[in-house]
Design a protein around this ligand. Structure first.
Ligand code: KIV
Length: 301
């Protein structure tokens, strides 16, 4: 990091920050009732959380997609509680208004109900999150009930659940047959009954997601699930074009930061190699008098 004093800049905030209120799980439900689309993005660090919060996003998910888009793993399975807590802490330092949701990583809630409650609690107690998210349907009802009864808001996640990638046989759309769709609808109802305040629907047919959204009173947040959901979430690295490996069909790229980063890095390397950086403007200057005094001092010896 540079030791040169930073230039202070003012940040333009798109929505009226002074009138903004902290978003809660209750706000989610009110938004569904008012048919106002809920916006959610992932973040894994302080500057991204700050920018998203200042842009006015309703919710920030510290997703375990961290494993793929930040840590470079082939899937989300290697992500640990320690990874999630570390990144959640950074996000919570950057965001004031958005509802902050910590994604429970693989094996942090599947082994026992007790472990599920303790790990969920760590997201709130240590990392400044407001809620947690976990993957799965009927098989998670017991854990969800226990976490909710500890006072922790829980978001469910159905459809393509990446932690079950080995069981699902890859990152494939779910709920495409009548029986699979019926099971997904039942699971959504069970998660609502268990106390979830919302459900992420990932990579399921748009018609099915719309039907589920009508049948349950808690909001659905879609990713690859069509416009009939009550809200939308995207993985920020996909949206920004930062993830080099693949872009899911349902992603919309709003920028190409991978190319832009490469351009900036190449320009910097070229500038250093050709001595066009740093210039006087980037350097610490010394008073001529002091410089002459130093020369005199050195000349004496
Ligand atoms: O981990 C994640 O980013 C997610 C979103 C895709 C919903 O679970």
């Amino acid at each position: 990091m540079s030791t040169i004093a930073p230039v202070l800049t003012t940040v333009t905030v798109s929505s009226n920050a002074s009138q903004r209120k902290k978003i809660t799980a209750a706000t989610f439900r009110q938004k569904k009732e008012r048919r106002e689309p809920i916006t959610m993005l992932t973040a894994y660090d302080y500057p991204t959380a700050l920018a998203e919060d200042q842009a006015g996003v309703d919710s920030i998910l510290v997703g375990d997609s961290l494993g793929m888009v930040v840590l470079g793993y082939p899937n989300t399975l290697p992500v640990t509680m320690e990874d999630m807590i570390h990144h959640s802490k950074a996000v919570s330092r950057g965001a004031k208004f958005a509802l902050l949701i910590g994604d429970m990583p693989f094996l942090s809630y599947q082994v026992s109900t007790q472990e599920a409650v303790r790990n969920a609690g760590r997201f709130l107690q240590e990392a400044g999150m407001d809620a947690v998210k976990l993957e799965g349907g009927r098989e998670r009802v017991e854990a969800i009930r226990a976490i909710v009864s500890a006072g922790i808001p829980v978001m469910g996640h159905l459809g393509l659940t990446p932690q079950s990638v080995n069981q699902l046989g890859g990152f494939k759309p779910q709920g495409k047959t009548a029986s699979a769709a019926k099971r997904l609808l039942e699971d959504a109802m069970l998660l609502e009954q268990a106390g979830c305040f919302g459900i992420v629907l990932e990579s399921v047919p748009a018609k099915l997601a719309e039907l589920i959204s009508q049948k349950i009173s808690i909001p659905t947040i879609g990713i690859g699930a069509g416009v009939g959901c009550d809200g939308q979430v995207l993985v920020t690295h996909d949206l920004l074009g930062l993830f080099d490996r693949f872009t899911p069909k349902f992603d919309k790229k709003y920028a190409d930061f991978h190319d832009e980063m490469q351009r900036a890095f190449s320009e910097y390397i070229e500038d250093v190699q050709t001595k066009h950086f740093p210039t006087d403007a980037h350097s610490v200057m010394m008073d001529d008098k002091e410089w002459q005094a130093l020369q005199k001092e050195l000349d004496k010896k």
